[in-house]
Design a protein around this ligand. Structure first.
Ligand code: PXP
Length: 242
């Protein structure tokens, strides 16, 4: 099981002040040193967190594969073809959403054809393609037909569910992962995974890659806060000791 860490929310904190810290590219170095198998970033059309500069630098400095999430119809796709990350994950994107809300609507002809065209363009320049889809059989079969190398199963509904519904969502993801793997697709999963809910997902044999962001960045704030406050306190004490 590969862990790809999504570092978008390091950039979210930076963009709150439009300053140069915390730098997601520096974060990527630490993420790699900690053992992550890859770095995931979502370059949104509205540039709300990750910026072009981040992807450019990441492409030159990352030691692990970069998984770039983009919307199929955007001009970001042109940039992706030029940057040539190891993998592009095509995702739906709506400006009003707080975060990606669901998988690609591949049942809609226009979306399906835009996705087909995007996959062909990416494949032409040697980029591995993954489609972010809901865990259902039609979407999986369509992904195969479109020529994707991998599917990333949306775990958001599982993450939000409780009780019996959570068990049902887990079974749905597990069955979808088996179906996709049997069809020869690489199977990834992600969205809303946390330290509390990841274990049953990670136990699904057919899954080979998880993309996790918000929960890891959130945990890092708490595991790092004490040291950060101590460091600032030490600076203040030293200033007066002179
Ligand atoms: N996978 C995809 C396709 C996503 O869009 C996101 C969020 O950007 C993630 C995984 C990571 O989700 P989370 O931040 O909730 O871990």
């Amino acid at each position: 099981m590969r862990l790809y860490v999504n570092i978008d929310h390091i950039a979210t904190v930076r963009q709150a002040r439009r300053t140069d810290e915390p730098d997601p590219v520096r974060a990527a170095v630490l993420v790699e040193l900690a053992g992550a198998d890859g770095i995931t970033v979502h370059l949104r059309e509205d540039r709300r967190h990750i910026q072009d500069r981040d992807v450019e630098l990441l492409m030159r400095t990352a030691r692990t594969p970069v998984n770039l999430e983009v919307a199929a119809s955007s001009q970001v796709l042109d940039q992706a073809c030029a940057w040539r990350p190891f993998q592009v994950t095509l995702v739906p994107e709506r400006r009003e959403e707080v975060t990606t809300e669901g998988g690609l609507a591949l049942h809609e002809a226009a979306r399906r054809e835009a996705t087909r065209a995007a996959i062909a363009r990416l494949r032409d320049v040697g980029i591995r393609t993954s489609l972010f889809i809901d865990p259902d059989e039609d979407a999986i079969r369509t992904s195969l037909d479109l020529g994707a190398d991998a599917v990333e199963l949306h775990t958001g509904e599982y993450a939000n569910a409780t009780g019996q519904e959570k068990a049902e969502q887990l079974a749905r993801i597990s069955a979808s992962a088996d179906t996709a793997a049997k069809l020869g697709l690489a199977v990834h999963a992600g969205h809303g995974l946390t330290y509390e809910n990841v274990v049953p997902i990670a136990a699904i044999d057919a899954l080979e890659e998880l993309n996790i962001g918000h929960s890891i960045v959130s945990r890092a704030v708490f595991t790092g806060l004490e040291a950060a406050v101590r460091e600032m306190g030490e600076l203040l004490r030293r200033a007066r000791a002179r």
